[in-house]
Design a protein. Sequence first.
Length: 221
Amino acid sequence: MNTKYKHLVISVFLTVFSINTICAQEQNLQDSKELYSKLSFYDYRGTNAIDAAIGTSVINGDFTDAEFELYFKLGYKRHITDHLNINFTYNKYNVAFRDLYNEGFMSFDLNIEYLFNPYEEFTPFIQAGYGYNAANYFETTAAKAQGAIGIEYIVTDGLGLKLFGEYNHAFSDELDGLIAGESDDTFFRLGLGINLYFGGNKRKQELLSYIDTVIQSNLVK
């Protein structure tokens, strides 16, 4: 092999090696940025949360002149990913029609919730699930399905303020005390609440450790 050809081969090899090294470093830097972004989830939120809210409920039933009544809930949620959590809530509310009917109810709801921007202070969210509805003292009961949409704002690390609206479809026509027509009763609940987050320190430390490894790897290269 002549000297000119050797120099060409060496030049090509060094060029390819340099490109690969640069690409690897850029990829590592990109990975570091993504990991730092994920860390913000544990700054703002956590893997667990106590969920509480107060608001109003109103029914779409067989009578007219439905009234808005008091509603509150208390629950627990567990994040299975940064975006997704499973939550269980106890809900207490009333169904009322003016001068005609006012009855207390409770429901036990299991939901899956999706956060659109879990790494930001502000995020919209949606949730859907299945529940068990009961009048006070369990005189009447029925299964139901529900879906909600809302927004959450982190006012300080670990504390989120949220506003939401929820649609509920009871698989029964007895919620308003009258069985009439072919459709089941439905009702809405609107609420203002808080999420009190906790947990996630172990996962946060794992992310920090991995970031340090990536940075050290870049320094070595």
